[in-house]
Design a protein around this ligand. Structure first.
Ligand code: 5RP
Length: 221
């Protein structure tokens, strides 16, 4: 699986050109992408990166990738990110690592969003992977009850025995829908609830999905 992630990461990095502002996603596939990008920067590629998580920022710095302060960024030429699931319409379920809000802010700004995955992420319908929903801590129990009415049993995400706190100081509810027939509607309905900050459904955002499998890269557009 790692070989496929690395393959697809290397392929995506070829799309990055001199002078670009590059959105840097999060996750283990993106880690391979950062390593490949770091090599190209060492060879003289001049870009500036916009990280979507503390982890990505830390690794990018270690690899010598110059980073921009997001407050000073007007636009993003290209973003490269991972996903937990991709459906045939290129809708995505993301946020397994807990960085869905920052990822969505950066990815949506990108003129071109490239998603890099291995073949295990390709599904007919989103929802087998639990959908992360970021909620404000205040009154999270009532928000959870209202989310549950959509047909799942939201679980408060924990890490190392403690409540997981997002990069934005919020909680995450992981919601096992099993199958999401209309992700756009579900996203809109969930977003309409007071207390919901964002969902891990990335609707109609990906321009390209690169899939690594059996030593090859397939491209969906
Ligand atoms: C983090 C994400 C990741 O992109 C997603 O979880 C995929 O990660 P990986 O490449 O490790 O499978 O959305 O919030």
């Amino acid at each position: 699986m790692d070989a496929n992630k690395k393959l697809v990461a290397n392929e995506a990095v070829k799309e990055i050109k001199d002078g670009m502002t590059v959105g840097l996603g999060s996750g283990s596939t993106v880690k391979f992408m950062l390593e490949a990008l770091g090599e190209r920067v060492k060879e003289g590629l001049e870009i500036v990166g916009v990280p979507t998580s503390h982890q990505t920022a830390k690794l990018a710095k270690e690899l010598g990738i110059p980073l921009a302060d997001f407050s000073n960024v007007d636009g993003i030429d290209i973003a490269i990110d991972g996903a937990d699931e991709v459906d045939p319409h290129l809708n995505l379920l993301k946020g397994g690592g807990g960085y869905l809000v920052r990822e969505k802010i950066v990815d949506i700004l990108a003129k071109r969003l490239i998603i890099i995955v291995d073949e295990t992420k390709i599904v007919d319908y989103l929802g087998t992977y639990s959908l992360p929903i970021e909620v404000v801590p205040f009154g999270w129990e009532t928000t959870r009850s209202r989310i549950a009415e959509f047909g799942c049993a939201p679980q408060l995400r924990q890490k190392d025995g403690e409540v997981f706190i997002s990069d934005n100081g919020n909680y995450l509810l992981d919601c096992d829908f099993k199958i999401i027939h209309d992700p756009a509607k579900l996203h809109d309905d969930l977003k309409a609830l007071v207390g919901v900050v964002e969902t891990g459904l990335f609707i109609n955002m990906a321009d390209v999905v690169m899939i690594g499998h059996a030593g090859m890269v397939d491209v969906l557009t």
